[in-house]
Design a protein around this ligand. Structure first.
Ligand SMILES: *Cc1c(COP(=O)(O)O)cnc(C)c1O
Length: 396
């Protein structure tokens, strides 16, 4: 991560092909485009790569989550269970539909704790949304069996874990729906973009219509198309899709580099006193976008993180104090600070964050340090970095 580090001839050639026809829109202009359909091609490539029947490419990862939820019929007042450790996009996509995000604890996988999920289920629960943070996954097997027991949807946010697998299946393809982001800092990027994948034809059709103002995409005249239900504009442009095509083709190459760099850092840290690693659920393979480890307590993690920065080791995160990725700093959500009025279903349905106890999440996230694995590092640079990280942590 991130894929822009290795932009090259393939990306340039793809963009040039779009400029050559001049058709930057994914729909219509059939004569002018001369048979070139980049967004459609990217959907076919994703279906094959992710071993699913359907993919819908959209304008961002946040859009993908929103489109995935609405495609499955999620709306006002429905509850969506999600982790305390994620990116704000998770609850934004839910709130955009008038649905209610319900935060629950993470465990030593740094993703949803299945027990906490089961405890949070109510009459209004419709979806369980694990977020495969920093390259590794939730215990999908346990979550799937909970979803089956209570008749809930399993929606995987795989925005940070593209290329990882669980029980041999690509992350995102294990649940009912999966989402990816191709924003500028993700493992594969097209500037701004995202995708929904699913094996349910109905969800695909809904996603296809909803993300384009409700267009039913029947016939050759956009103006004459029908609108079976209300939609929105979450379209991707052909330019972005073209870059995405080049990057998806290179996913395996990027994953191999991530794995090499990750393994060097991990081996170096394995011998360090007090360092333990994030648990990867049985049957899971990380995509190695980050290396996540724990120190014995919050104070030592804070000190080590500070020392890493002071010693020039960039790209190591202490999410516990981060404004965007952990519930402790989400006062815009917890204090309900919205520009306009929020729907009454949301106001009535949100948890009382002044009373809630997320100390089990704090226990793990407070001790965690997360190091971004870059694609552009040479092997010598990674070894040098590993040596530095070990020295810093041992001297803390
Ligand atoms: C990046 C990200 C998103 C949102 O993707 P955008 O394309 O930036 O909208 C959602 N969830 C997670 C976990 C992410 O990392």
């Amino acid at each position: 991560m991130p894929g822009f580090e290795l932009f090259g001839d393939k990306e340039r050639a793809q963009v040039q092909e779009v400029m050559d026809t001049g058709v930057l829109m994914r729909y219509g202009f059939d004569g002018m485009r001369g048979g070139q359909w980049k967004a459609l091609e990217l959907e076919k490539a994703l279906e094959s790569k992710m071993q699913v029947k359907h993919a819908q490419v959209v304008s961002s990862g946040t859009a993908a989550l929103t489109v995935a939820l609405v495609s499955a019929g999620i709306g006002a007042g429905d509850e969506v269970i999600m982790p305390t450790f994620t990116f704000v996009a998770s609850f934004e996509s839910v709130l955009a539909l008038g649905a209610v995000p319900i935060l629950v604890d993470v465990d030593d996988t740094l993703t949803l704790n299945p027990k906490a999920v089961e405890n949070a289920i109510t009459q209004r629960t419709k979806v369980v949304m694990p977020v495969h943070m920093c390259g590794s996954m939730a215990d999908l097997k346990a979550l799937k069996s909970i979803c089956e027991k209570y008749n809930l949807l399993l929606l995987e946010d795989a925005c940070q874990a593209i290329g990882g697998t669980f029980e041999g299946k690509p992350l995102g393809s294990y649940g009912d729906l999966g989402c990816f982001s191709f924003d500028y800092v993700k493992t594969i990027t097209c500037g701004e973009g995202g995708a929904v994948i699913t094996n349910h034809e109905e969800y695909k059709l809904n996603a296809d219509h909803y993300s384009d103002h409700g267009h039913d995409h029947i016939g050759k005249d956009r103006g004459a198309e029908g609108h079976p239900f209300l939609g929105y504009n979450f379209r991707i442009s052909e330019l972005h899709a073209a870059v995405g095509l080049a990057q998806l083709e290179r996913l395996d190459e990027f994953l191999a580099i991530q794995k090499r760099n990750y393994s060097i850092l991990r081996e170096a840290l394995e011998g360090v006193d007090g360092v333990t690693f994030r648990r990867v659920p049985k049957g899971g393979e990380e995509n190695c976008a980050f290396l996540n480890f724990f120190l014995p307590d919050e104070l030592s993690a804070k000190k080590a993180h500070k020392a890493l920065g002071e010693n020039g080791v960039d790209g190591c995160f202490y999410w516990y104090d981060n404004n965007w990725h952990y519930y402790r700093k989400w006062e815009h959500l917890t204090d309900r600070k919205s520009l306009g009025n929020l729907p009454k279903e949301v106001l009535n349905g949100l948890q009382d964050f002044s009373k809630i106890d997320f100390s089990k999440s704090d226990h793990w996230v407070g001790r965690n340090i997360s190091c971004l694995i870059k694609l552009g590092w040479s092997e010598i640079e990674v070894r040098e970095r590993a040596r530095k990280i070990v020295n810093v942590i041992e001297s803390c």
